[in-house]
Design a protein around this ligand. Structure first.
Ligand code: UDP
Ligand code: MG
Length: 342
């Protein structure tokens, strides 16, 4: 037990050491899950894009419990290049949590969020930095064209954003991902939001401040396959809706009202029919009313259960993630060569 406690203390200290270390101009944060085929290319292109920022940048690569060689590749890079911070999570926590882990460890005054598969070009860093210089806190990528994605993914994404827009009173822009450049103060607010069902692009919209869209073309994956099959996309959509809207809960009262009116009309009809002496055993109508009401009640119970379950999980106040190991030459050596910026 003591050993575990000590290990945890060490990690917490390391986290603070990194956070309190010299602040740097730019952090690039990349969650990686089974991306070993693309890591080297990612490293090459991101490093090239960061080149103009001299020494004052870091690339935070988070290994989200990959089962391939992603972890080894990240650590090898971290040992070779002091710009790399490799974070190894204790298991696969999913894209949004892996990204949250990287965001908590990074030290940059500006933070560039990227996917590991190079669908979003790292070369846009320069233009997005220029945009931010105009005084924005968030410059988010707006997908104008999406290569290599099925019509089904495009159609479902567009439907999802339309529904989300109707249900939520936070304006969450459609056709965006987590590809964006954000300011340190935005990130500090984001890191202070403790919820575990994280829909990060929505949370950034919720924060507000000055935000600006940056239209770009989204490419197909450099290597590997998407980790968002239909099932995960649906779960992600449920996270998004329940995190940003209580409208589904209100569905109960709306449906109740509609069916209440219907019930009154049926009742009036029944009494009328009875008065006329026309009392046939109405098995069909009875059966259908029972079925409709039964299924609506079950649906509503399901929605209540969804929110109740989330409140239960939140109430546990567990940490969002456990870090297994951090490798960073800069953190180990205690300093970076250059003076602090910011
Ligand atoms: N990812 C992750 N953990 C997961 C699934 C995905 O860290 O459990 C990472 C993945 O490596 C990639 C990013 O999240 O960098 C986006 O995933 P993907 O490209 O599969 O999603 P898509 O672009 O198809 O929506
Ligand atoms: Mg992708």
């Amino acid at each position: 037990m003591v050993g575990v406690r000590e290990e945890l203390d060490n990690l917490v200290r390391l986290r603070h050491d990194i956070a309190d270390g010299p602040s740097i101009a730019l952090s690039v944060v990349v969650p990686c899950y089974n991306e070993d085929a693309g890591i080297d290319e990612l490293y090459r292109r991101v490093s090239a894009a960061c080149e103009p920022y001299g020494e004052t940048y870091e690339i935070v690569l988070v290994n989200d419990g990959s089962s391939d060689a992603t972890r080894e590749k990240i650590f090898a890079l971290a040992e070779r290049d002091h710009h790399i911070v490799g974070i190894d999570l204790a298991r696969n926590y999913g894209h949004q949590i892996a990204l949250s882990a990287g965001l908590e460890f990074c030290r940059g005054q500006r933070i560039f969020i990227l996917d590991a598969d190079l669908q979003d070009p790292p070369e846009l860093l320069g233009p997005m930095m220029a945009k931010m210089n105009e005084g924005y806190d968030v410059v988010y990528g707006l997908r104008e064209e999406r290569e290599g994605e099925s019509w089904f993914k495009l159609a479902s994404a567009s439907l999802f954003y339309r529904i989300l827009g109707k249900l939520s009173n936070v304006g969450i822009p459609a056709n965006t991902g987590d590809f964006r450049l954000i300011s340190r103060r935005t990130l500090d607010h984001l890191n202070a939001m403790p919820e575990r069902y994280r829909f990060i692009r929505g949370m950034v919209s919720w924060i507000g401040l000055r935000q600006c869209a940056f239209p770009y073309r989204r490419h197909s994956r450099f290597a590997g396959e998407t980790h968002y099959p239909l099932r995960k996309m649906i779960l992600f959509a449920i996270d998004a809706v329940t995190s940003f809207s209580v409208a589904p809960l209100r569905l109960a009262s709306h449906l109740g009202l509609a069916f209440g009116l219907l019930g009154m009309a049926t009742l009036a009809y029944t009494i009328f029919a009875w008065a006329l002496g026309d009392v046939l055993p109405g098995w069909t109508s009875l059966a259908s009313i029972t079925l409709i009401l039964g299924s609506i009640q079950l649906l509503m119970l399901g929605i209540f259960g969804e929110y109740l379950g989330r409140m239960y999980m939140e109430a546990k106040r567990r940490p969002l993630f456990i870090v297994n190991e951090v490798v960073s030459r800069a953190a180990i050596e205690g300093t970076q060569k250059e003076p602090a910026h910011g």
